[in-house]
Design a protein around this ligand. Sequence first.
Ligand SMILES: Nc1ncnc2c1ncn2[C@@H]1O[C@H](COP(=O)(O)OP(=O)(O)OP(=O)(O)O)[C@@H](O)[C@H]1O
Length: 655
Amino acid sequence: MRDVAAARSYSVGFAELRQRFRNAAQRAGAELTEYVHPLHGPAGEVLATDVAFIGRRSAPKVMVLISGTHGVEGQFGSACQTAWLEENAPWRLPDDTAILAIHLINPWGTAWSRRVNEDNVDLNRNFIDWQAAAPKNEKYADLHAALVCHEWEGPDRIRADEALDAARKRLGGHAGIAPIVEAGQYQFPDGLFYGGAGPVWSNRTLNDILATFAAQARHVLVFDMHTGAGPYGYPALLSVAESEHDGLAWGKSVFGPALSVVLTGRDAKTDTGIAATATGYVSAAVRKALPDARVLPLVVECGTLDGATVMDAVQADNWLHLYGKVDSPLGQRIRATLRAAFIPEDADWQWNSLATSLRYFDRAFADLKAVDAAIDDKPRTAAPFAVTSIAQPHPAAVAVRLRPAVEILDLHKSFGQVEVLSGVNLSASAGEVVSMIGSSGSGKSTFLRCINMLEQPNGGRIIVDGEEIRMKKTADGRSHPADMRQVERIRARVGMVFQSFNLWPHLTVLENIIEAPVHVLKERREESVEYAHALLKKVGLSDKHAQYPGQLSGGQQQRAAIARTLAMRPKVILLDEPTSALDPELVGEVLRVIRQLAEEGNTMILVTHEMQFAREVSHKILFLHRGKVEEEGAPAELFANPRSERLRQFLARTL
Ligand SMILES: Nc1ncnc2c1ncn2[C@@H]1O[C@H](COP(=O)(O)OP(=O)(O)OP(=O)(O)O)[C@@H](O)[C@H]1O
């Protein structure tokens, strides 16, 4: 019997999974490359996809192992990769054969125990042809309101559950609902099995990795490791394809009846537990990325609980991240239920899933080594070694090397006799997101308004992009800006997003956006219009450019306001409670845009009551109490170990 000592507990944090994999890869003699994700994990850890390459970079035969496509399932795939690398170390490979292990391709999802990625995207629905229109899923649209309800309990939830029950009866139970929901949908970013609006980070990263390490390959075997569908504890071996291809025949010759081929299509059916109705699978991506190779895409799918229970867990997790509080007792329960639905804490399940998967690896690899590399020797279109690794440093790591984008020193502000800010300091490096939290009236908005001189501070220093706002003292001893022209110049570099949007009601969305670039920056109108359209696309409002603000929902108005801010190409963006005027169901769409800005490396100072969001997106958090910074630090540390009693009380009230 196989010794799978490496089947240590799957339930370890992201950093430990990474460390185990990297150690195994090093012992295996692999070349290691990291692809750093722009966000960080719940413990403040750097998130990254690690790539281990063993063998010659010119090898025409490559075995690819992918884990974590659905983040929370990553513990299983990671264990398989790590164990296989360890078991066979030190590796002795023929010159023509190599191994490419891609560890946790959706690192955010694994770290935060979510099936989806940071944008609620199911990565296995994201590899569609984005040049064409995304598939429509009208049947899902009919179910969406029943599946996504803003309440956990209460009258709206009762109505939604009743609607879902009625749909189940109509469609023949869970078996009727699952193919509709799991087919994926591209219409509701807050919905289940959402495929996204374009290629996400993990999609782009996988393509970069394949271009870098596999472009030379002619024969490619790919394992994508999954859990959550099919019979409990049984790792099924599947190949998912949109149509027949030469890789499938290869698969049949290696595995015979052990391999189930799932041909996907709008009304396709399968009894494997996975969705035959979906498109956009990782398998499709690998074949598309390597058009000159014979590719056998394999999925290992290790069953856990029954389909209805797994979908309930996914639905609850979706609610939690849209409307709930992750750190609350209910939030913890929902997260634990989701983890149990994908990675059972059952030693037999873990042993069996690992041992069988390693046998699949061995069998496939033995066949790959035996392939005559000269077969199917098609002309290549890609240069084999032209692309170098694109490992990106973590934004925070870059930030520390740069001068601060904003520096505020000892800021004071009084209204009449009342001192609202009593010496506040803040520094944000380029690319950093700093969030300010604190009770109502603690001075957060006043602080932001002082930075761009919407309020005049009574003392302190404000330095933006290296330029200090010059202040002078008047006879009454108060400070005032010495030069309003300088203030205007600096203001143009500081974007502000207000709680109440502040769009001009008599101008269309497009006119709102181009107004300041044309009049303040003196940009050519055509140039501003072109950029405005690009920004509207970015915030998902391409079709709203000719509408007036009054014709838009609150969430759309706020996204338009964000586009207007970006039009000025600001060095720093200040966001003053950008979601607090919105109905709960509109908050997510605005947070998604802000998250994207963070990922793109914008420097932002965010005042917010959205604690979970602040925690996910910020590099640093300041807790303001009565006009003073009571505590500051990295989000994970600050939330997990508040030092001051006031912060403890504040978090107890808000989380
Ligand atoms: N223009 C003003 N004139 C007088 N007092 C003001 C003015 N603006 C703010 N204040 C007072 O300053 C204090 C801080 O207000 P601020 O809006 O900055 O707090 P905050 O932390 O942003 O609160 P919230 O979370 O409720 O928005 C409050 O007591 C408020 O009443």
